[in-house]
Design a protein around this ligand. Structure first.
Ligand code: TGC
Ligand code: FAD
Length: 397
């Protein structure tokens, strides 16, 4: 008979290949040895060190599922294990990585021309270039289909579009060299994707002001993208993808990563709460861990983390086999973000007043997990995506 291991309650590691286990160990060591010691200062100062992307690139953690271009070419399960390890430290570090991998490298790989792939993928994979993904606008978050950013033929530059509009809440935008921006083509009214190179934009046509003083995800950098008749070569448009399915195809991959990542954050909360509950004594010198109400919080959280990981594993394996639907991803993105947030908030109570000190890490996870539940489709939006699939009736508008 097997022995129960609270650190792997449903024996997920049994289902991993040797390669996947080795990748997880590499990611785990890097994250615990190199990221964890930096996170408190980074969070306090709202400071994202872009060297982190270079370090991740050197280890093959960026664009990990991509074949060729110096990328690791590993399974979706292995990629999920990487995000789990990064988010075990901080959701903001996972955010920076997800954007680079799923939302910038992935669309260039899936939709880019050969020239675009050759020009950008290897450098993005090594973290030598930083990328961002601009879909959300000040007036359009949950309904990106109504975006106002427009691309029209440039009035003076032959072979160029002129793009105008604003994107907001964009991870990595203030430090991005390469900006994947979604805009409506004036000629057709259809959404198209553009790879904008900051270095090639004339002064005043591209600004990316930072959105400061966030109360979550402070170890990640966030900003706007303001485009004012920015000239972008027609060759920098993705040639064949049109409509919302372009950005949503990228989001499928990023949302799957979040389903894994939030479970890493929750596992860190469980491990820290367990340790604290075993050490802290109240009433007749009993550890908090002796009390039933405390044990129930741990049992609830551990169960949700184990179920969430099992579901993320199953959906990733299906993706590896080309058998995944967007609704499967909506289901686990929503469930894992919601359960991570609810349980982290419950576990926070175990720390009593100490939960207020950032050195106990739990408050940071709780604040971050609110953001994960909001971006890449807020949980209620994913409920409506599922509701539409169940009933055949859309309830968005
Ligand atoms: P709808 O009619 O549902 O779809 C329009 C077209 O898109 C296709 N499509 C998908 N294709 C692939 N994968 C998916 N998941 C897809 N979902 C939709 C669909 O088939 C259709 O294609 P076609 O050929 O018929 O045109 O469009 P709608 O306007 O009714 O959409 C409603 C809704 C709610 C589903 C959608 O707008 C939505 O998901 N809203 C949430 C917005 C969102 O997720 N934003 C994310 C911004 S990026 C971000 O947050 C990054 S944070 C990263 C980090 O820091 O980690
Ligand atoms: P809204 O769309 O205004 O929604 C507000 C509330 O209303 C939500 O609870 C929503 O569920 C609810 N609601 C909306 N419509 C309906 C409806 N029809 N029925 C029921 N309820 C509804 N975007 C990018 O493009 N790239 C990025 O890199 C990126 N990074 C981000 C980083 C951070 C730190 C944050 C906070 C956001 C980021 N986002 C990014 C934006 C994110 O995707 C949006 O915030 C998210 O999609 C929600 O949009 P919104 O904020 O405009 O909220």
């Amino acid at each position: 008979a097997a022995t129960f291991n609270w650190e792997d309650p449903l024996d997920l590691s049994h289902f991993l290949t040797e390669e996947e286990q080795a990748i997880q160990e590499t990611a785990h060591s890097y994250c615990q040895e190199r990221l964890l010691p930096r996170v408190l200062e980074a969070y306090r100062k709202e400071d994202y060190d872009k060297k982190i992307l270079q370090e991740m690139g050197e280890l093959g953690l960026l664009g990990a599922t991509i074949q060729g271009y110096g990328c690791a070419g590993v399974s979706n399960v292995a990629s999920g294990l990487i995000t789990r390890e990064v988010e075990r430290v901080d959701s903001g570090y996972r955010s920076g990585m997800s954007v680079q991998s799923s939302l910038v490298m992935n669309p260039i790989y899936e939709f880019g021309t050969q020239e675009q792939k050759d020009k950008f993928l290897e450098k993005l994979g090594k973290g030598q270039l930083v990328g961002c993904f601009g879909l959300t606008e000040p007036n359009h978050g949950s309904d990106p289909g109504a975006m106002e950013t427009t691309a029209k033929p440039h009035p003076t530059k032959e072979g160029y579009y002129s793009i105008s509009g604003a994107k907001t809440w964009i991870t990595n935008s203030p430090i991005a060299d390469v900006l994947v921006v979604w805009a409506k083509l004036q000629e057709t009214g259809k959404i198209r994707g553009f790879v904008i190179e900051r270095a090639k934009c004339p002064p005043g046509t591209l600004e990316t002001p930072q959105l400061k003083d966030k109360n979550g995800l402070r170890a990640s950098i966030t900003g706007m993208i303001q485009l004012d008749e920015c000239p972008v070569p027609k060759d920098n448009m993705f040639p064949d993808v049109e409509g919302l399915k372009g950005p949503f195809a990228c989001l499928n991959s990023a949302r799957l990563g979040i389903a894994w990542g939030t479970m890493g954050a929750l596992e860190d909360c469980i491990s820290r709460a367990r340790e604290y509950a075993l050490e802290r004594k109240q009433f007749k010198n009993n550890p908090l861990a002796k009390y039933q109400l405390v044990q129930k919080k741990l049992a609830d959280a551990l169960t949700d983390a184990a179920f969430g990981l099992a579901a993320a594993y199953q959906v990733s394996r299906l993706k590896d086999e080309g058998k995944v639907s967007p609704e499967m991803i909506s289901m686990i993105k929503r469930q894992n973000c919601d359960r991570a947030l609810v349980n982290a908030r419950q576990l926070q109570e175990i720390f009593g007043g100490n939960a207020v000190s950032d050195e106990y890490h739990i408050g940071r996870h709780v604040a971050n997990l609110f953001v994960t539940q909001t971006y890449e489709g807020q949980s209620d939006i994913h409920a409506l995506i599922l509701g539409r699939a169940i009933t055949g009736i859309q309830a968005f508008a």
